[in-house]
Design a protein around this ligand. Structure first.
Ligand SMILES: Cc1ncc(COP(=O)(O)O)c(C=O)c1O
Length: 351
């Protein structure tokens, strides 16, 4: 690829690597006998969501109403929003969205259920609800199966809401508490006669354990591109990483320091548990030690070979999902070696 005419910083997605990642996730879900519901928060692209559906996914997951609106406008018919939607205005948007797509949301408290239930009734819409449960991630979610049953009953009592099941984002590397929670919940739901048709779990770091919790569907986001964190978690190799931010060396102010035009507005400030802000795969000893908004400060004191001023280098981000949210357009490196622009349709749809 000729990088000399690139307008950097710019993310470039190796299309063949991404396609292989999509196929791999689908293969894992098929092997486990469960539905694939990829999380589009990683790529935020209608085209890529449709490729995931064409590969066999049964629907998609979004994190915000804005993302879901973009995907529904593009004709995607089965969407889960894995987030508590709270407030009158958002509930109105949800009700409008539910009229044009098969929509499910997660909820972990009565206030959410009341507000969305009322909004659905007013708009004469209907909505599926998964009760979000917490099994160690210490984020949203009820912490006991008794609370899950109580909330499910509350959903069931609302005319325009349909209780569909449970949603969990299990802690990385430890699925045992999730397994136990779900086994316990199954018994309790059986006793009260409520059917838990969907058990939705997810997370790329837990893909090695796919199917082991008794889930019916899996939400993986990051696996579509992969990143430095996923390599660190041993669920991806450098060859599985589809997206790199291409950046130009704009200065070499000192022998041990060079400056990239990729700063926090291109790479994000997400350290993802590392000490540096991404890696340069072609200069592995170079260390991105500090970011300003448009400056990436690189310590090259350990490098045998140092990129020159004007050279375009690849940066593998620590965490790829927020990078997609920083660019209106990225480039796809197609199998014929050509670059084509791709609009990031749901970029900035944070609400
Ligand atoms: C609720 C939920 N499900 C699924 C995912 C996808 O996780 P990953 O990107 O690790 O695959 C996320 C990511 O933050 C999430 O918040």
């Amino acid at each position: 690829m000729d990088t000399s005419s690139l307008d950097t910083p710019v993310p470039i997605v190796d299309w063949a690597v991404m396609k292989a990642n999509i196929e791999r996730l689908q293969g894992l879900c098929d092997k486990a006998g469960i539905s694939n519901r990829p999380h589009i928060k990683t790529h935020k692209s209608v085209e890529i969501a449709k490729m995931q559906l064409a590969a066999g996914a049964d629907g998609i997951t979004c994190q915000t109403i804005g993302e879901a609106e973009v995907m529904a406008d593009a004709g995607i018919k089965d969407i889960l929003i894995s987030y508590n939607i709270l407030g009158a205005r958002k509930s109105e948007r949800l009700a409008a969205l539910a009229q044009r797509t098969n929509l499910t949301v997660s909820a972990d408290n009565r206030q959410v259920i009341e507000t969305i239930g009322d909004a659905m009734e007013t708009a004469n819409s209907s909505l599926g609800v998964l009760i979000e449960c917490e099994t160690g991630n210490k984020r949203c979610g009820v912490g006991s199966s008794d609370d899950a049953v109580e909330l499910a009953k509350h959903v069931d009592a609302k005319q325009n809401l349909e209780f569909r099941g449970l949603l969990i984002y299990p802690p990385r590397g430890d699925v045992e508490p999730t397994k136990q929670f779900l086994a316990d919940a199954k018994t309790k739901f059986g006793k009260v006669g409520l059917e838990c048709r969907v058990v939705s779990t997810g997370g790329t770091p837990n893909l090695p354990f796919i199917g082991q919790c008794g889930e019916t569907e899996y939400r993986s986001g990051t696996s579509v591109y992969n990143d430095r964190m996923m390599i660190g978690f041993n669920v991806a190799t450098p060859e599985d990483c589809a997206l790199h931010v291409y950046s130009t060396v704009v200065s070499r102010p000192a022998p041990d320091r060079l400056i990239l035009d990729a700063g926090s507005k291109a790479l994000t400030s997400d350290l993802g548990g590392f000490e540096t802000f991404g890696v340069l795969p072609d200069y592995p000893e170079a260390r991105i030690v500090k970011l300003y908004e448009e400056h990436g400060i690189v310590d090259v004191s350990y490098c045998e070979k140092v990129p020159e001023i004007g050279e375009v280098v690849r940066v593998l981000p620590n965490h790829v999902c927020p990078v997609s949210n920083l660019f209106d357009e990225i480039l796809c490196l197609e199998e014929n070696g050509k670059l084509r622009p791709l609009r990031i349709d749901a970029r900035g749809k944070t609400a």
